[in-house]
Ligand binder design. Structure first.
Ligand SMILES: Nc1ncnc2c1ncn2[C@@H]1O[C@H](COP(=O)(O)OP(=O)(O)O)[C@@H](O)[C@H]1O
Ligand SMILES: [Mg+2]
Length: 279
């Protein structure tokens, strides 16, 4: 920490709130306005050995681990979820396979595509003999079906959408404007089966991916460690699964401070979730 650091007017208000105030706080401010620095200095003022500094962003966590006081814990939300899963599975380390759901989605897409091709051939054969029958619709491209399945599976994990609930899936598709060459009614079973298989692979083979790290703790109702203070950097990037995990780390005494820049939100998660957090 540079010795020249002079606490700004706004930073002082935040530090006063930390030391003398109560409850939880959210700071919205633009990039470069001193949010991360404020959290680092806040950590030095908090007298607690149950202090967690967390962010979605691995680079920030790695860098800040060196700048934060020794009594604080500095972890990404993914690594917190990962530890919960390892404890549940009684392994020291799960295998992380980034392509886990991609393989499942692509295999399912191939099956769906093959079935559609067969259906198409059958219709064509009938149409050939009955000239007044309707022309069969074209079969969507395999790549588009793969993309549709991958997006729906991944986003339903991150937004904690119940995959068996068709109205929730419809909402998800419309919120994230997912291209759907196949009607959702026709693939809801596939989405459910993929997620179910993902759980099985985690349980029996101890193989997970990054989405699993925040989704499985929700699915399996896992309990992370409780902290007295939680400081969250880059909070605009939190998705519902991450927020859910964070909120499992608090008790009535815990105080939380979120800092973020809503204008820098990626994936549009913050839109819905950020507003909810403010209420
Ligand atoms: N009170 C302060 N006085 C001088 N420089 C500051 C102060 N607070 C933050 N800074 C500097 O401003 C720059 C941006 O701060 P940072 O915390 O990274 O912003 P943000 O996280 O909002 O993007 C850094 O170089 C940091 O050292
Ligand atoms: Mg920052």
């Amino acid at each position: 920490m540079p010795e020249t650091f002079i606490v700004s007017y706004y930073q002082q208000i935040i530090f006063d709130w930390i030391l003398n105030g109560q409850g939880n706080g959210i700071i919205n401010a633009v990039a470069g306005s001193g949010k991360t620095t404020t959290l680092v200095h806040a950590a030095t003022r908090i007298q607690s050995d149950k202090l967690l500094f967390t962010s979605f962003n691995t680079h920030i966590v790695d860098e800040l681990r060196l700048r934060l006081p020794h009594n604080s814990t500095c972890k990404t939300i993914h690594s917190i979820g990962n530890s919960c899963i390892n404890r549940k599975l009684k392994v020291s380390k799960c295998t992380v396979k980034d392509s886990k759901y991609k393989s499942l989605c692509n295999a399912a897409a191939k099956q769906i595509h093959n079935n559609l091709l067969i259906e198409f051939e059958n219709k064509l054969a009938i149409w050939g003999t009955t000239p007044d029958g309707d022309l069969p619709d074209d079969v969507p491209k395999l790549e588009l079906i793969k993309e549709q399945l991958n997006s729906i599976v991944s986003l339903s994990q991150l937004t904690l959408t119940e995959a068996s609930d068709i109205s929730q899936l419809r909402e998800l598709i419309s919120h994230y404007t997912i291209d759907c060459p196949i009607n959702i009614e026709d693939i809801v079973n596939d989405v459910e089966a993929i997620l179910h298989e993902g759980e099985r692979i985690a349980l029996e083979e101890n193989v997970i991916d990054y989405n699993d790290m925040v989704w499985l703790p929700y699915k399996w109702k896992l309990l992370p460690e409780i902290y007295n203070w939680i400081l969250v950097d880059e909070a605009q990037d939190l998705n519902r699964a991450q927020l859910h995990l964070l909120l499992k780390m608090v008790n009535e005494e815990t105080r939380m401070l979120f800092v973020g820049d809503p204008n820098q939100a990626i994936y549009g998660f913050a839109g819905a979730d950020w507003k909810k957090r403010r209420n």
